[in-house]
Design a binder for this molecule. Sequence first.
Ligand SMILES: O=C(O)C(=O)C[C@]1(C(=O)O)C=C[C@@H](O)C=C1
Length: 428
Amino acid sequence: MHTLSPPYSNAISYLHRGPDPTFRVVPTRITVKCGYGFESASFSQGFGSTRTDWQSACAILSSKVDSQNEDSTTPAAAGENIAAVNGHKSAETDLNLVHVGGEKTLPPKPLTISDLSPAPMHGSQLRVAYQGVPGAYSEAAAGKAYPNGEAIPCDQFEVAFQAVELWIADRAVLPVENSLGGSIHRNYDLLLRHRLHIVGEVQLPVHHCLLALPGVRSEYLTRVISHPQALAQCEHTLTKLGLNVAREAVDDTAGAAEFVASNNLRDTAAIASARAAELYGLEILADGIQDDANNVTRFVMLAREPIIPRTDRPFKTSIVFAHDKGTSVLFKVLSAFAFRNISLTKIESRPHRNHPIRIVDDDKNEGTAKHFEYMFYVDFEASMAEVRAQNALAEVQEFTSFLRVLGSYPMDMTPWSPSTSSSSSRGD
Ligand SMILES: O=C(O)C(=O)C[C@]1(C(=O)O)C=C[C@@H](O)C=C1
């Protein structure tokens, strides 16, 4: 027998917790304040300055703070308001962007595992960890989720989880699925391994560009590099553009752009955002190269504490469960939702790492069946504050040997605006 972890074990316990003071309703207009740190700010403040604060507060990176960081509080960095989606800005301000190889400095390096050490004291601005470097879609998602937050780049998903657990960051914003490329399995596995709670979701239209050094034409290219999800999302368009060249996976899209720029690679293009092109001084060879204009990535917001579920707006709840009798209980579990008219929005299975295989010897001596065991992740459209959701989970609990509520959180109801321009190529 197992119990649901608080605060989902009973409705009363929600009420005894104070509301999450930092939770914000996602605005309908996506606004990211650009101007990154060292050059243009993360969200509301010079990224570099706050990162530097963080570094000194932690006293863990002091030996690594490079001298570039020192002029991070340039007036241009301080709070220029720019409406942007994936770097498609509509503002007029001079971003004072980074030019690789020029006099401007490079953006900060992402956190690595070795940078993580316990708990800094810091001010009240919410620190939002994301995976990638500035210009990554995850950074834009962090900006959409927490418009006044300070974005903290991390080199791996695992580091973003740990940054929150160790109080280096207050939230993490991480991708879990894309409408074309499917689930980001690594984050499903990490959700289970770590004890963070899902406190919100954001859906970000992802508009990919093919980026190369200025003057490079597409016929010079022998290689396209990007995040594996971005390569998958652009697979057919690349072929249509005649780019039957090597495709190589790297950690994130903006990192690919930075790599092309900093290594002066004239035979390599990166798939990344228009904002990454600006940050790293690359040109856009082709715009809107995702295979479908409706290319959306769903991110979850993670925190150390859950939020109090409510019923005054649409909520979603994410759970993970397993059963030692394997998939045979799946139908029963799902019927607990069907009987209560609760829609499922997602179901995902992952290997059950602790018991990956169940061996069943056949009574008739015909051999041994080897069943793979799974962890099932389910998202359903109801709040844990609703009685029907509590009853459904009470029933699910009967059928499962393991059940955890990952979070009950407001759905992203931002009005839909698909990615605008379709694929166009300049280089061929
Ligand atoms: O590489 C990036 O820019 C990311 O933010 C990562 C990521 C992903 O993991 O799916 C996020 C959104 C896009 O779907 C492509 C890549």
